[in-house]
Design a protein around this ligand. Structure first.
Ligand SMILES: [Mn+2]
Length: 332
């Protein structure tokens, strides 16, 4: 399989045809999968199984510890067994193949790659690229595959899809919260999903230490004098001291965004002394943070994106802040 940015875009029709035509599949998601990547991947794998296909779910790192409560209709493994003879590899919620980590060469060696995603920054790396930037979550697209095959999600499948949708819509608060996504969520609840259980699993699992870490980090929040840009900085020694869990780490960026006057927010995370800083961007919807992340080789959605920038934290801060200021300045 060749990387080709001019690759054609496809529709659900070609995805359905590819499923019909083949027998042995693998499904993979991005490294450190979020509930959309994981939930849509698991639900897709389960659908394939119900259609009588052979399917393996393999991701870099296997099943993330934070999500062991997910049902695994197909067990998540961290490598592809030898002689699996996979005909088709699916990626769910993966904007660029390198995001699959150590699965990248594995997937690249499989004859047919089906790329199912809703990121506007998607690189169309698949043989079949079903990209729907209007979908609230990749989980919404996988739900449409269930419909296409006339299958109703079981309770476990519905749970996976519901997790995907709740996470990517910010619990039905973001702009991608459409009438259709509420209808789908309704179907999933009717299939047995308990929204209270989901919200507790997603939002009420903090450790005492993580919450104290949050307090510490928020006390150090920085912002521009006009308070249109706010950000948090996580230098390596701070992360080493507090060892925050992935859930708190990933939600941090929502706090500076929640400041009333803020148009764009970001978090700078210096994971280790590898000379790289991970940046997460969020906007209130007027600033296109996908375009900002793109300037640094990253991407995502227009209101939520990320990138990794080489350099020391103060230097990266200066470059990132300059780019965000530039974008905010353009607002009327
Ligand atoms: Mn997603």
């Amino acid at each position: 399989m060749k990387m080709n940015n001019k690759a054609k875009r496809h529709t659900i029709k070609q995805v359905v045809e590819t499923i019909r035509r083949h027998k042995r599949f693998m499904v993979s998601a991005h490294i450190n999968p979020d509930p959309d990547a994981l939930g849509s991947g698991l639900a897709l794998a389960s659908l394939l199984k119900r259609l009588g296909k052979q399917v393996i779910v393999a991701t870099d790192g296997g099943m993330p510890k934070a999500f062991t409560y997910f049902p695994q209709p197909v067990r998540v493994v961290d490598h592809l067994p030898k002689n699996s003879n996979i005909e088709v590899a699916f990626t769910t919620d993966v904007p660029i193949l390198s995001r699959t980590g150590n699965m990248e060469p594995v997937i690249a060696s499989i004859p047919v790659v089906v790329n199912i995603d809703h990121h506007i920054s998607n690189h169309l790396f698949g043989t079949v690229n079903w990209l729907d930037v209007g979908a609230a979550a990749t989980g919404e697209m996988v739900y449409r595959l269930y419909q296409a095959f006339g299958k109703k999600p079981t309770r476990a499948e519905a749970f996976c899809l519901y997790m995907a949708i709740v996470t990517d819509t910010g619990s039905f608060r973001y702009r991608n919260t459409t009438p259709v996504i509420h209808q789908i969520a309704g179907e999933l609840i009717a299939a047995g999903v308990d929204p209270l259980y989901v919200s507790q699993k997603l939002y009420e699992k903090h450790s005492v230490s993580d919450l104290k870490f949050l307090g510490h980090v928020l006390a150090e929040m920085r912002y521009t004098p006009d308070r249109k840009i706010a950000w948090l900085e996580l230098p390596a020694p701070l992360l080493k001291r507090w060892k925050p869990g992935p859930e708190i780490r990933d939600e941090l960026v929502n706090y500076p965004r929640s400041v009333e006057s803020v148009e764009a927010a970001f978090v700078l995370r210096q994971e280790s002394s590898d000379g790289k800083v991970r940046v997460s961007f969020r906007s209130k919807g007027r600033v296109d943070v996908n375009a900002i992340a793109h300037q640094f080789g990253g991407g995502g959605h227009s209101a939520a994106s990320g990138c990794t920038v080489k350099g020391k934290l103060p230097a990266v801060r200066a470059r990132v802040l300059a780019a965000v200021r530039q974008a905010v300045k353009k607002l009327k």
